[in-house]
Design a protein around this ligand. Sequence first.
Ligand code: HAM
Length: 428
Amino acid sequence: MSPQPQTFRAPVGTHDVIGPESAQWENLIALFAETAYRYGFELVISPLFEDVGVFNRGIGEHSEVATKEMYVFEDRGGRTLALRPEGTASVVRAFVQHQPTTPWKAWYVTPAFRYERPQAGRYRQHHQIGVEVLGTDDPAVDVEVISMAWRFFAALGLTRYRLLINSMGHDECRGAYVELLRSYLATRAGDLCDEHQKVWSENPLRVLDCKKTPCIEVTNTGPMLPDHICDECRTHFEAVIAALSELGVEATLNPRLVRGFDYYTRTTFEFVADALDGAQNAIGGGGRYDKLAEQLGAKPTSGIGFGCGIERLLLTRAAENEGPLDLLRRTLDCFVVDTTGENAATLLLDELRSAGVAADRAYDNRSMKSQMKVADKSGARFALLVGPQELAAGQVTIRDLRSQDFAQSQQTTPRDDIVATVLNLLTK
Ligand code: HAM
């Protein structure tokens, strides 16, 4: 007896997306592509892996993602590379490399890899749709990017989502704030959560982000970032908030929102869905990163963007009891039933598909009855029947699969006219 071949499953924390769920992905990505086009963005595709330095310098080598979650490996040429844990650093690296004219408005859809503890809504490979704008610090861009995501969620059918916003200030005012926070935390270090009692001084901002009660209580009575940003950053932030309000986009100030990557400056934001479990309820996040391009070797160039998790957006739709997204025409027009034993179906399908008709067939020379069963299941509007009789007479029988009455709904058409006839029937 030959040994059973080894079987494999998708790695822990990853998943296959197959039908019918994949149709939801297709719809969501198409809607995002169309939205991005309407807002003046162009698609950018960059490698899934980069020199590890792109991410270390971009998201910060001491960030949790860089230290604990990044997939770092050496290739056969001895280069140290990393799978992208997020989209922004690579897009900015591409900007620095190609120097497109600014403002450069790029959108993307990409897998992202983080070695996390897998749970519902948290994966080791997740997928993001996102945008980045480089080359302007106009607050109007902050407003455009944030409202674009807001409107996109509505177009997806989501109803219960909120926008949390904060300003991180720029290098100098944030630097001064971090020192203030550090001095304050030094007086309360013993009251922090177990983890932060040890590491608070490395990056005091992380303590603000901690969801544990001791850290929340300590920071509640400490200095808050928005009270300590400089006048210029404050003016920028107020302009963003005012314009969002004029657009009817409700923003809630969250002074604790510092986000997980070091590149952020000024406006930072997160979208949370109330229908999702608290720990994984961020459906999107983003902000300004006015120093990132410079850190990756360009002249000073402002930037801002957001990324949204595709899985979480679809989980939110499901949790809000939204039915399947059906923005794309994804039903078959025709199903060809060929019992001639020749290649009638092959020729017919080639003509139909070239004319823009969505059409399929059964294979393996099955009986008429068995092929009709598949045709019924396929959801096609019409079955096109070609048997030996039709072949000899140069005809095709068209049956409307939505009609109960075969005799009424069936018609025979000359083979040469079939494409025109089908196109005509589909308009009715
Ligand atoms: P992020 O907040 O790390 O930001 O990720 C963006 C979104 O990706 C999250 O809001 C969430 O929906 C989804 N996400 C993140 N990690 C996971 C995971 N392990 N499993 C499932 N979904 C996940 C960024 O990545 C920034 N690059 C966003 C940005 C763009 N900032 C400026 N421009």
